[in-house]
Design a binder for this molecule. Structure first.
Ligand code: GLV
Length: 325
């Protein structure tokens, strides 16, 4: 019997991809970057499974053009690039990569928050420009992280891992807002307190966004929300572009509505709002929160495990829409 055909839509770790070869006939993207949508659809013809990242767009048009497709295996945890309802309606299973990136992503969120509070990027650029002529008492004086109030919007696995760092490592007071409250036994060791969104905005010294993107979270932080925050506060977004209204944020940073922001994700990335590129009080990174080698390998490996399990007749490890099975 012919082996099922699988498309590896992004260049990934060769030794991990090699685990698929005994089971499947593979076509692999050999160079960095993504195919155009038309090319992705063309390459998907005849494929039963596809390995994607958080950037390939899987919508009804693509699914209708690729009727053999049974499994979308994403190496990302977030799946707002995939129309899950359209997959489910067509009996296509989606798997993602939760858990394996939680701690690495929390490390990065904390690092970005600290870089933002302590003005690390801004002062580094100043130094590189050769502008450092003398030491100054308030030169690049930022805000403290230790002992400050850490606000978390979205309190899933990554939010809790950031709360743990703040509470246990830095003596921070943790407040959070989420659709559902954590169980008391999860809140207690973190000293975490659920608050209404307005209270979160008003009280947080450092607000970190860790919620999934959806129509409901689109522009969850816009001009109105920013105006409720402390002038000294920082905002860190490691969740998804579109949760923050980037144009409103750029204006707020320029006007001093809040002190600074750290952004790893952007509306319309890899494009970045031009005004964010010109304001000094923002740290900008290119969507790398989960990017440690061990974690990217673990994410790729989980995506490969899902492909092998599902397409050889077993159970998916981490299904998003198990109801199609
Ligand atoms: C990265 O953003 C992911 O969702 O895995």
């Amino acid at each position: 019997m012919d082996k099922p055909k699988v498309l590896i839509a992004r260049k990934t770790f060769d030794d991990i991809v090699d685990r698929l070869r005994p089971h499947f006939e593979l076509e692999c993207k050999e160079d960095e970057g993504a195919w155009t949508q038309a090319e992705l659809i063309a390459r998907l013809q005849g494929k039963t499974g596809v390995y994607i990242t958080g950037t390939e767009k899987i919508d009804a048009t693509l699914l209708d053009a690729c009727p053999q497709l049974r499994l979308i295996s994403s190496m990302a945890v977030g799946y707002n690039n995939v129309d899950v309802a359209a997959c489910t309606a067509r009996g296509v299973l989606l798997t993602n990569a939760p858990d394996v990136l939680t701690e690495t992503t929390a490390d990065f969120g904390f690092a970005l928050m600290m870089a933002t509070a302590r003005r690390i990027a801004e002062s580094e650029h100043f130094l590189r420009r050769g502008e450092w002529k003398q030491w100054g008492v308030t030169m690049f004086a930022g805000s403290d992280v230790h002992g400050a109030t850490l606000g978390i919007l979205g309190m899933g696995r990554i939010g809790q891992a950031i709360a743990k760092r703040g509470a246990l490592g830095f003596g921070m007071k943790v407040i959070y807002h989420n659709r559902s409250r954590l169980a008391p036994e999860l809140e207690a060791p973190l000293g975490a307190r659920w608050v209404e969104k307005d209270e979160l905005l008003q009280q947080a010294d450092h607000l970190v966004l860790v919620l999934p993107y959806s129509a409901a979270s689109h522009h969850a932080i816009g001009a109105a929300e920013l105006s409720k925050m402390k002038k000294t506060a920082t905002l860190t977004n490691i969740a998804r572009g579109g949760i923050v209204d980037d144009a409103a944020l750029a204006r707020a940073l320029a006007a001093g509505t809040i002190a600074a922001a750290g952004l790893d994700v952007f509306e319309g990335e890899p494009s970045v709002h031009p005004e964010l590129l010109t304001v000094p009080n923002v740290v900008l990174t290119p969507h790398i929160a989960s990017a440690s080698i061990p974690t990217r390998r673990a994410m790729a490996s989980l995506a490969v495990d899902n492909l092998i399990a599902v397409l050889t007749g077993g159970k998916p490890v981490t299904p998003v829409n198990p109801e199609v099975l």
